[in-house]
Write a protein of this length. Structure first.
Length: 306
């Protein structure tokens, strides 16, 4: 435990740049900070700071130790939280990156309710649909519908959002109703750009893929929904977005014998954070709210919902 305490002190000194400010942040006197740094240097056999009368600067050994010390203490904090803390006592800061559309529908409210449940949690949210490594943006948890792999990052599946192929009745009356994915090459298609131009459908014989030429591409599902309602073409939409259009008669679900593959949302978490209790609790919370979006929607072609 002395080594962990000394590592925590080392991080405080490297952050504040002097013993006095570091001591204040740790609620000890500067002489205690100096003693802990000396103990750590003795343990490692290397000087960690170059000291002058005015400044402290990390040595090469200190620079090498810095990222490892951060990871060590983060993992240790996670183990302590999992072993000793229940959900009602979660605390700490979370920096989140959330996709725009599903955040507007559910995740923004979900995160704020999570904070209300855990008053000692602080949160910073970034709304973005970019494909970026959480490590590059110093993100604790990134929620994404993309299947992407990043070095030093683990993926945690959360839940699928049920999707369907939709069009306006007026569009189908003018251009006909497709019955098989291969017929989509003769139709106007509205494409969710992060998913690309290849649409994937389920069938009794396995997945069916078709390359479509988009009339409209957007990274916003609400824009695609409005386009479909205005008879611009066919769109694969999450059921929770298409629901109002279907209920009002502005949209019709088509090609139900070949449903599009569901879109899974995943949490992308830097490995150093995956054992933090607050991260685990947040993922569990978001999973439940994503699943709730599918309430009343049918996952099967035979269903009458939507």
């Amino acid at each position: 435990m002395d080594t962990l305490t000394n590592l925590k002190t080392f991080l405080a000194v490297s952050s504040h740049g002097n013993f006095t400010s570091a001591a204040r942040s740790l609620h000890v006197v500067p002489s205690v900070v100096a003693k802990r740094i000396a103990q750590l240097e003795s343990t490692l056999g290397n000087r960690l700071f170059d000291r002058t009368t005015r400044t402290l600067e990390l040595t090469d050994a200190g620079q090498r130790l810095l990222p490892s010390a951060r990871q060590c203490l983060t993992e240790f904090e996670g183990l302590l939280q999992q072993a000793a803390m229940d959900d009602s006592k979660l605390e700490g800061h979370l920096r989140l990156m959330l996709p725009t559309t599903i955040s507007m529908a559910a995740l923004s409210r979900s995160v704020t309710r999570f904070m209300a449940q855990h008053p000692r949690i602080t949160v910073e949210t970034l709304m973005s649909d970019r494909s970026v490594s959480p490590l590059e943006e110093n993100i604790d948890v990134m929620i994404s519908g993309r299947l992407a792999h990043y070095d030093g990052v683990v993926q945690v599946p959360l839940a699928p959002t049920l999707v369907g192929l939709f069009a306006a009745p007026e569009y189908l009356e003018q251009y006909g109703r497709p019955e098989h994915p291969s017929q989509l090459v003769d139709h106007s298609c509205l494409v969710f750009s992060p998913q690309g131009k290849t649409w994937a459908f389920e069938s009794s014989k396995g997945p069916v893929y078709v390359d479509v030429q988009p009339r409209l591409s957007s990274d916003d599902n609400y824009t695609l929904c409005v386009g479909a309602e205005q008879s611009l073409g066919l769109a694969i939409l999450p059921g929770y977005i298409a629901r109002d259009g279907v209920q009002s008669g502005r949209l019709v679900k088509v090609m139900t014998a070949y449903p599009p593959q569901d879109r899974w949302y995943r949490a992308h978490i830097p490995k150093r954070n995956e054992n933090l209790a607050r991260v685990t609790a947040l993922c569990k919370w978001l999973r439940q709210d994503i699943e709730a979006l599918n309430s009343g929607l049918s996952p099967s072609p035979a269903g009458k919902q939507f």
